[in-house]
Design a protein around this ligand. Structure first.
Ligand SMILES: Cc1cc2nc3c(=O)[nH]c(=O)nc-3n(C[C@H](O)[C@H](O)[C@H](O)COP(=O)(O)OP(=O)(O)OC[C@H]3O[C@@H](n4cnc5c(N)ncnc54)[C@H](O)[C@@H]3O)c2cc1C
Length: 476
């Protein structure tokens, strides 16, 4: 029996899992998909928000500002790329400037440091491609960018290196109350038992709470659609540009990603069906908005589009508490934006303030929070590349030409915790297939490496998701 089972391998479940491995606890994470980071933590803006947006005294405000302060050190310990690029909220009218003043005051109340309102001339100096119609901006130098799935994969990988167990393809379907915890049963009939359960199931966290007898969570979905531009346009902006927010939310943004692409979006549409699919209408809305924010956006460099679904609660704030109804259940639900930013702070709070009151926390002296960063071969100097190839010749073979990813990096992704089992899982760990050709050249080679390393038939390798094989069988 596990001491604690975390349900949901997103950034919230992942950072909580890692935090728990700092103590002498036997912990696991149950994830319904074939890889971790498959919900909101896969498809979001990747912004480490400064913290001026959330209502003062809300959990969102508290954890956003704390998480923002923690993120640089957290990412560096795990070898995850993080860039403190700063953000700008653009104003296009006198009314917008009034809203920016309110945001600045709100941010200062929340504890955000160094906020300032800048004029057109300063804005032009910082971001020459901003539309001539912008009259000023709120500048937040503490804003940053990070890759959400890199952070999640690294957190769960590090937790596993410290003893945590990961069960993929484990969709929690029912639970049986035991004397000292729960037996948790998957749709396939697999069973795991744990004394404490932490519900981090994102859009499904309401349903998961109900499985344990707590019907109080009302979690809904709001879809966001994006367009991604090739790295060739990566210097179009360097800060994250937001519109002045309205009642509908933070609006469309234009930002560099930490991997050097440009990201445009997201829309905000209420959805009954949480399927993260893009629509012509949604993408056209993004294009129109971006054209009004920036001069000549390089839309011709679009390489893909995608969507994510925010899981929000009708309470208007994060829910982070021990269930008042189901014994030994902790709900960490309704974690919409700024949930990515808040994740390290939420994880610490859950362990130190909630779990600590339910079981005794004894430090795990063997905990090692460090994770070797990915080599990202293309970023090494020629001497470093030569040295690496001398040690391991698989680093001398480029598999993904667009992103310059070597066989060595793919082998590592397939072998290292949490092991990549599918082509998309390799892509999220290495960026093989994320470039201009979107995997057209490298996918068959990635599939070959997965088949060889996991000792499965080539035609059985999945792209990602159930029944997603690329091949139907052998012709010769
Ligand atoms: C469009 C969009 C833009 C955003 N932008 C930002 C941003 O820029 N900055 C920021 O700070 N935040 C942002 N967010 C918010 C951020 O993405 C979320 O707060 C964060 O990812 C929440 O993580 P999570 O682990 O709670 O949920 P998820 O990542 O959704 O993880 C839940 C996991 O639970 C699994 N699961 C579900 N049901 C079951 C079950 N029955 N059994 C087992 N497993 C199950 C799912 O497969 C999933 O992997 C954005 C979100 C969206 C959608």
């Amino acid at each position: 029996m596990f001491d604690i089972a975390v349900i949901g391998g997103g950034v919230i479940g992942g950072t909580i899992l890692r935090e728990l491995t700092k103590y002498q606890l036997n912990v696991c994470v149950l994830e319904s998909c074939d890889d971790v980071s498959m919900g909101q933590s896969k498809a979001n803006s990747g912004i480490v928000h400064a913290g001026y947006d959330a209502k003062p005294n809300s959990l969102k405000a508290k954890f956003n500002v704390l998480g923002n302060k923690m993120m640089s050190a957290y990412a560096s310990e795990l070898g995850v790329k993080y860039k403190n690029n700063g953000s700008l909220v653009l104003a296009f009218s006198e009314e917008d400037l009034t809203v920016l003043e309110e945001l600045k005051t709100r941010g200062e109340t929340n504890g955000v440091e160094r906020l300032s309102i800048i004029d057109r001339a300063e804005l032009n100096r910082l971001e020459p491609n901003v539309s001539d119609n912008a009259v000023g901006a709120l500048y937040a130098p503490t804003g940053g960018i990070i890759c959400p799935y890199e952070l999640t994969i690294a957190s769960i990988g590090n937790a596993m290196d410290n003893g945590a167990k990961l069960y993929c393809n484990f969709e929690v379907a029912s639970a049986k109350k035991l004397e000292n915890g729960y037996e948790i049963i998957s749709t396939d009939g697999n069973k795991v038992s744990a004394k404490i359960v932490i519900n981090c199931a994102g859009i499904n966290s309401g349903k998961v709470a109900s499985i344990f007898g707590d019907d109080t969570l009302n979690i809904k979905g709001r879809k966001g659609e994006y367009i991604l531009l090739d790295r060739e346009s990566g210097d179009f902006v360097s800060h994250t540009l937001f519109c002045t927010p309205s009642k509908a939310g933070k609006g469309i943004l234009v930002t560099q990603t930490v991997d050097g692409n440009i990201l445009l979006g997201p829309t905000a549409t209420e959805v009954e069906n949480p399927a993260p699919v893009t629509t012509a209408q949604g993408l056209a809305f993004v294009v129109d908005k971006v054209k009004s924010m920036c001069k000549n956006p390089p839309l011709f460099n679009s390489i893909t589009s995608f969507a994510g679904v925010r899981a929000y609660s009708d309470k208007g704030d994060f829910i982070i508490e021990k269930s008042a109804i189901a014994e030994n259940l902790i709900n960490v639900a309704g974690i919409e934006s700024p949930g990515l930013t808040s994740a390290p702070a939420i994880a610490k709070f859950v362990a130190e303030e909630i779990v600590a009151k339910m079981t005794s926390l004894v430090k795990n002296e063997k905990f090692n929070g460090k994770r070797t960063p990915d080599y990202f071969f293309k970023n090494l100097s020629i001497e470093e590349k030569n040295e690496l190839i001398k040690k391991d010749s698989t680093y001398g073979k480029i598999i993904c030409r667009c992103e310059g990813i070597t066989e060595g990096e793919i082998i590592r992704a397939v072998r290292e915790n949490p092991k990549a089992m599918t082509i998309d899982a390799v892509k999220r760990r290495t960026r093989a297939g994320m470039g201009r050709c979107q995997g057209g050249f490298c996918q068959p080679h990635v599939a070959e490496i997965i088949a060889r390393e996991h000792n499965i038939a080539y035609e059985k390798v999945q792209k990602g998701g159930k029944n997603s094989t690329l091949l139907v069988g052998k012709v010769k």
